[in-house]
Design a protein. Structure first.
Length: 234
């Protein structure tokens, strides 16, 4: 006699970038096991593949994490995690007033959202006639990226996210621009122009949550900004 099939609940969420409704299910024990094995390997590529596989499977193939904006992917995984393991999460954070004392805080993952900056735009004006249209980084763009902020990593990320370059009525799409041409274009910018291009990443939508904490030693209150998916699971 065959064992019974277990039913899995389905839920819906709206993608932050498009407001499109996507159906999803919690990840199963086999998927959680794969992720745990990947994390134990400490191999970034193995972890990335496991992470991407869970998102694709749990959204019934509707989401390709290698093509969607990274903040969408982080938001989806946070929702998956909440429905799979539990929406209550305990974090140990540093009190901002003395930067020494750590306290435990409880948060509800349902309260965590992607924050949009009203001043943000993906159109970066380089001159009066020349503009660069940027795309949001996706999971595929993170390969080899050094989050510590090294200059070469930032330069490479900017190149990966250039979508189009508009010169008056002429439009140059990324696929038609050689690596050499793009290098020369970016390297010929002034410091101010390059900073304007870099500001795209600083102001783009981010998975963020502000926690109010009270230092038990000084009795002072302060706010701690939690940003990025990894910060919610340290």
């Amino acid at each position: 006699m065959a064992l019974p099939k277990l039913e899995t609940l389905t839920y819906e969420l709206n993608l932050p970038s498009t407001d499109e409704t996507v159906k999803y299910r919690p990840f199963l024990v086999k998927e959680q096991k794969n992720l745990m094995i990947a994390q134990e390997s400490e191999d970034t590529k193995v972890i990335e593949n496991a992470f991407a596989g869970i998102i694709k499977d749990c959204t019934f193939g509707e989401i390709d994490p290698y093509k969607m904006p990274l903040f969408d992917v982080e938001y989806v995984f946070l929702r998956l995690r909440g429905k799979s393991v539990g929406e209550k999460l305990k974090l140990n954070v540093l009190c901002p007033d003395d930067e020494k004392t750590r306290v435990d805080v409880d948060i509800n993952l349902e309260d965590v959202h992607v924050q949009m900056n009203v001043d943000h735009t993906n159109i970066v004006k380089v001159t009066d006639d020349i503009s660069v249209i940027m795309k949001y980084p996706c999971l595929a763009d993170m390969d080899g990226f050094d989050a510590s902020g090294r200059a070469q990593s930032l330069f490479d990320m900017i190149k990966r996210c250039v979508h189009e370059i508009h010169d008056g009525k002429d439009v140059h799409t990324r696929i038609d621009i050689s690596e050499k041409e793009l290098d020369e274009f970016i390297e010929s910018m002034s410091t101010e122009q390059f900073e304007n291009l870099s500001a795209f990443f600083e102001t783009m939508p981010k998975l963020q949550y502000v926690i109010e904490v009270k230092n038990p030693k000084t009795k002072k209150k302060g706010e701690v900004l939690i940003e990025g998916l990894q910060s919610f699971f340290v």
